[in-house]
Design a protein around this ligand. Structure first.
Ligand code: GLU
Ligand code: ZN
Length: 289
């Protein structure tokens, strides 16, 4: 199997040290395996994505000495792919329309009879399921509406409730392991996640699995903050009949206080370091590569 990986930033801010580490690592792993390194622009959120950030991503990655396959895939060019997958899941009765706003969800999730504080899961606040009851399975799929995956129904739809994926680089020796889990656990760990937004088609979880499959990605290299999300991705792959790549979740680059770097952490933006005269080899050294 040829090794094919990708770096998939969202053009919603500057690349910082954490991104540089992820991109260099994926790139170096691909080169060492004689495989391919791809760049994918995850820009389905048209309000937050900006062309200048996209240009800066290209510029910073080239400056770091990386090269990638062209043409570069841009998610906003493939909304029809996400749309078809949503049609399919809708026809299977696995999606429902959600009209709640954040405040509704917070209020329902923390209602006294539900037991106090709203529960946070793999995908943030666990949706209390309010709109599931109003679902009309016979209705045509509406557009411009938020769609949630009925997690219970999705789990019931699988013919094998046990899911798994291969993970490399786990543990102190960097061993390869088989991570198995019960799909049913996702009902309490994640709940009914959003697969399409009111203001744009698709969601991170939906588009990432469709694009990885479409681009023939064999190895996903990304931060360990996404380790739990991988279970959602494996579930979606199973529901959509897509292959599951090998996953490599790498350590996160932290700031001096040990805090994770955030998108808006401009002090650690690659562009800031460049302006200060730091070189690409210095960046590699700073992230321990
Ligand atoms: N656009 C996502 C991010 O920047 C990609 C994550 C992934 O590699 O799956 O966090
Ligand atoms: Zn709702």
């Amino acid at each position: 199997m040829t090794f094919r990986t990708r770096f998939a930033p969202s053009p919603t801010g500057p690349l910082h040290l954490g991104h540089a580490f992820s991109a260099i690592l994926a790139h170096d792993m691909a080169r060492a395996a004689g495989g391919d390194f791809l760049l994918r622009i995850e820009d389905i959120d048209r309000d937050r994505s900006k062309p200048e950030w996209e240009a800066q991503i290209h510029d910073d990655l080239a400056w770091l000495g990386l090269s990638w396959e062209t043409p570069v895939r841009r998610q906003s060019d493939h909304l029809a792919l996400y749309d078809r997958a949503l049609d399919r899941l809708w026809a299977q009765g696995l999606l429902y329309v959600c009209t709640c706003n954040r405040r509704d969800i917070r209020a329902a999730a923390s209602a006294p009879q539900e037991g106090g504080d709203p529960a946070f899961g793999i995908d943030g606040l666990i949706y209390p399921g309010t709109c599931r009851a109003h679902h009309d399975p016979g209705a045509p799929r509406p557009h411009g509406a938020a769609l949630r995956l009925d997690m219970g129904a999705a789990v019931g739809h699988l013919n094998a409730p046990s899911l798994n994926f291969i993970e490399t680089g786990r543990g102190p020796l960097g061993e390869t392991g088989d991570i198995a889990f019960d799909a049913g656990d996702l009902v309490t760990l994640a709940g009914d996640i959003v697969l399409s937004r009111r203001d744009f088609t698709g969601s991170y979880h939906l588009s990432v699995v469709l694009d990885d499959a479409e681009q023939g990605i064999t190895h996903v290299v990304r931060g360990e903050d996404l380790f739990d999300a991988t279970r959602l991705h494996v579930l979606l792959q199973r529901l959509l009949g897509l292959p599951t790549p090998v996953y490599h979740h790498h350590r996160l680059i932290r700031d001096d206080q040990g805090k994770r770097l955030a998108k808006r952490d401009d002090a650690r933006a690659i562009a800031t370091y460049r302006a200060e005269g730091v070189g690409p080899q210095d960046i590699r050294a700073m992230v321990g590569l």
